[in-house]
Ligand binder design. Structure first.
Ligand SMILES: *[C@@H]1O[C@H](CO)[C@@H](O)[C@H](O)[C@H]1NC(C)=O
Ligand SMILES: *[C@@H]1O[C@H](CO)[C@@H](O)[C@H](O)[C@H]1NC(C)=O
Length: 414
């Protein structure tokens, strides 16, 4: 008790004295401390909000950088960049300054003649652009306000999703020109099944939860490829898909026998999915998009190759963009050259020859293979809707024909 009373008097005394002094000086005095307090609080608030907005901006930058980095890494990994821009029709580039005069023509040509390259869709794919889902465009535009209409590519491996992305960036404009209307892949991952939508996030969306878009607000544009040529591209470039079970699957005959292409697809390293065969994989993966009740488009790889202008015009209009009047494919080459993937200048001619040749389409397939493809892939309405059906006898005859394609370069990227 004795120790506490002096402390009280020591602290209370000056306070009482100050109060008396203040009272003597009148009422104007208290304004100064209050003003100082308000000033200090105000400055702190301003500093705080400035710091917050700086932090926010840095976070947005980091998120953008991460997206760009991911895109570049993915493009580099797929090694299709230059090929896609060029194969889809960069106009014939100006002849590069030749180190030596051009070799004499014709006399030194290979003995057998190559088929002439045509820019028209080969007749065996029917006529005109084929797109499934154009009837869902109105619903999509009604459901999304103009400033948040967004699209993103999806597709199995080797179907040209990057081509679609580049062509859209070059040829489809949105009224506000913000560049916010496209993602480089659907947020659930462009090669993942549609059923992952909302449940899985592609790496560049995994960081900040609040930067994630509403997955249903994005129109998926799915690129589908003819199963007969797609299986052959899968032989050339398997990515995370494994189906080798026979020695023949390591040879030119791949993927024959098609019936034995049991497929393990690792969408995630720890989550393998299994399919009875490559055509089962094709049917199931594309079938999810086909069956979807939400707006989506399914377009053809073959139309991106031969009917790119009309295809892009339709996709662009569907998502609420405005197709540029002058269709352009040339910029893709220089843009992608930055990534160090400059292909030979005749890539497009090669692709047109490869995919335009019905003999190449059916070469090495047996009757059993072709019937299997028609049975399994053909069980999906998509197979006929996209013009991929064929007559087995005709296909065998054409595939056995002697005409062979010869290419100067390396086709592994197709
Ligand atoms: C799509 O719907 C059809 C008909 O209902 C069904 O048979 C098929 O299994 C479905 N495909 C997928 C991949 O869900
Ligand atoms: C084609 O290119 C790939 C990779 O670019 C290479 O691994 C392969 O050996 C090449 N093939 C030929 C026949 O040059």
């Amino acid at each position: 008790m004795g120790g506490s009373s002096p402390r009280i008097s020591r602290t209370t005394l000056p306070t009482v004295a100050r109060r008396d002094k203040d009272r003597r000086r009148g009422r104007r005095r208290p304004a100064a401390p209050w003003a100082a307090l308000i000033l200090v609080v105000g400055v702190n608030c301003a500093l705080y909000s400035l710091l917050q907005s700086k932090k926010e901006a840095a976070r947005l930058d980091a998120s953008l950088d991460a997206t760009v980095a991911w895109r570049e890494r993915a493009l580099a990994a797929e090694e299709t960049v230059a090929a896609l821009a060029e194969r889809l029709g960069a106009p014939p580039p100006p002849p590069p300054p030749p180190p030596r005069p051009r070799p004499p023509p014709i006399a030194h040509q290979p003995v057998h003649k190559e088929e002439p390259v045509s820019d028209a869709l080969p007749p065996f794919y029917g006529t005109g652009v084929k797109i499934v889902g154009l009837d869902t465009c109105d619903a999509y535009r009604k459901q999304q306000k103009p400033h948040i209409r967004r699209w993103a590519p999806a597709g199995m491996f080797n179907t040209g999703t990057n081509t679609l992305l580049d062509l859209m960036h070059m040829n489809c404009q949105f009224p506000d020109r913000t560049g916010r209307h496209g993602f480089w892949q659907v947020p659930w991952g462009k090669h993942n099944p549609l059923s992952w939508r909302g449940a899985h996030w592609a790496p560049q969306f995994q960081g900040e939860r609040r930067f994630r878009p509403d997955p249903l607000s994005i129109l998926p544009v799915v690129v589908v490829k003819d199963p007969t040529t797609w299986m052959k591209s899968m032989c050339r470039n398997q990515y995370e898909c494994r189906f080798r079970h026979r020695p023949s699957h390591r040879s030119a005959a791949c993927p024959s026998p098609v019936k034995e292409t049991q497929t393990t697809m690792r969408y995630q390293p720890t989550k393998p999915s299994f399919y009875d065969s490559l055509p089962h994989f094709w049917r199931a993966w594309n079938g999810e998009y086909l069956n979807s009740t939400a707006p989506r488009l399914l377009i053809r790889f073959e139309d991106l190759l031969w009917n790119s202008e009309e295809t892009i015009r339709k996709v662009c209009t569907c998502v609420g963009g405005r197709p540029l009047r002058r269709f352009s494919q040339a910029h893709g080459v220089s843009k992608d050259a930055r990534l160090g993937h400059v292909g030979p200048v005749n890539d497009r001619a090669k692709a047109l020859r490869l995919y335009g040749s019905e003999a190449e389409r059916f070469r090495h397939y047996t009757r059993e293979d072709l019937e299997y493809v028609r049975d399994v892939a053909g069980a999906s309405p998509l197979f006929r809707a996209l013009g991929y059906d064929f007559d087995v006898d005709d296909a065998l005859r054409v595939g056995a024909s002697r005409r062979r394609l010869r290419f100067g370069g390396n086709l592994s990227r197709f």
